[in-house]
Design a protein around this ligand. Sequence first.
Ligand code: CO
Length: 134
Amino acid sequence: MLGRLNHVALAVPDLAAAVAAYRDTLGARVGEPQALPEHGVTVVFVDVGNTKIELLEPLGETSPIAAFLEKNPSGGMHHVCYEVDDILAARDHLKASGARVLGDGNPKIGAHGKPVLFLHPKDFFGTLVELEQA
Ligand code: CO
């Protein structure tokens, strides 16, 4: 079921500072910020060749990463995203296996314009897992 690693997401308190660090200090190829109000984040993708790093800054009052940044004020690893061929088949398999799918269980359109789902971190060893239909 599980395909390649699509990205690793880092929650950051200051997106401009994170972009500068990745672009100028690490010398990475960094994209343009995208506001995703329906996900409560502004995102910047960093292309590292074999995968991407997703830098996330809270957007709006009810951002899902606000609580994470309260606990991790300097930022931290927020989730890993794996590709799947068929997100509904993956969801049904996971639910039948007892894994918890967050939200209403229906995929949302993610930052790449593709359907995504999130899985409960307590079911995957403390790591929030995103699935994206490739
Ligand atoms: Co993501």
